[in-house]
Design a protein around this ligand. Structure first.
Ligand code: NAP
Length: 258
């Protein structure tokens, strides 16, 4: 018998963990959806589908055609469009939805943060603050720095898209990053401003510690707004707990993922 269909909107470490933990639960059939941005994504247990759904209506059609019973949105905190589409489609289909919203980073004593709303604003502010920028805004938005006068070290997981600054170096690397390595990177490249999105989480936080210790300012891109009324949990454990309560309501006690 086919299991209860769960759709995980992935592309993050949380999405990978959910795929692995939920696929091990008898009675569940778990599909992870990936946008398809990364050429060689990590292997995931359960089913995997790749590529956009075609907007809210496409997602709605997918949910209905596949008899999806619950959706876990574990996309990146800056994947705002997908999150808004999921909220609208799940509301229309009356399918329970939870968002795994990992807590944002907050400044500590000694931090010098300049918060801005967009990556474009971050590029222009950082250019006015320093001459050697460490840019960690992801490969999709690195091109916002194309016109800065400062030298940029652009670190991302895969080759950045679009035009880049004339004076720059691309560093392809993937977290987790450790404090001593981040300190070495800042010193070696004489970085005087760090630019980052407020992604939160532990695997890339060490750059903020390194910037604090070096007395380097941080230009921090704040998170996009979430859809109003969206049910959010901070981590994978809480999402699994939520799914347990939803499934108990659906099937009266079986397929509890906890
Ligand atoms: P986005 O701007 O919110 O999404 C743009 C469009 O891409 C969506 O409307 C949807 O297309 C498609 N899409 C996004 N996530 C999808 C998913 N998990 N499954 C199927 N389609 C998806 O998202 P993004 O910023 O481009 O991010 C894309 C993916 O990369 C996400 O899975 C996210 O978790 C991951 N990621 C993003 C960042 C970041 O900084 N933005 C960082 C790390 C990882 P349709 O409208 O056609 O359905």
């Amino acid at each position: 018998m086919a299991g209860i269909e769960i759709l995980v909107l992935g592309g993050t470490a949380e999405g990978r963990r959910l795929a692995s933990e939920l696929s091990a639960v008898q009675g569940l059939s778990v599909t992870t959806s990936l946008a398809g941005r990364v050429e060689d994504p990590a292997q995931l247990p359960g089913q995997v589908r790749v590529g956009g759904f075609g907007g809210v209506n496409g997602l709605l059609a997918h949910l209905i055609a596949n008899r999806v019973r619950a959706v876990v949105d574990a996309t990146h905190p800056f994947a705002a469009e997908m999150t808004h589409h999921a909220a609208k489609a799940c509301e229309a289909a009356k399918i329970p939805l939870v968002r795994v919203d990992r807590p944002a980073w907050t400044p500590w004593r000694g931090d010098v943060w300049h918060e801005v709303d967009t990556v474009a604003a971050a590029a222009s502010l950082a250019d006015s603050l320093g001459r050697r920028l460490l840019v960690t805004v992801g490969r999709q938005e690195a091109s916002a720095f194309a016109d800065v006068a400062a030298w940029c070290l652009i670190r991302c997981v895969e080759e950045p898209e679009g035009p880049l600054p004339v004076r720059c170096q691309v560093l392809l690397d993937r977290g987790p990053f450790m404090l001593p390595d981040e300190q070495r990177l800042l010193a070696e490249h004489r970085i005087d401003v760090l630019v980052t999105k407020n992604s939160g989480g532990g695997s890339t936080i060490a750059k903020l510690w390194a910037a604090r210790e070096a007395g380097i300012p941080v230009v921090m891109v704040t998170r996009p707004r979430l859809p109003p009324g969206l049910h959010c949990v901070p981590d994978v454990e809480a999402a699994i707990e939520w799914l347990g309560s939803v499934l108990r309501g659906l099937v009266g006690g079986t397929a509890d993922p906890r």
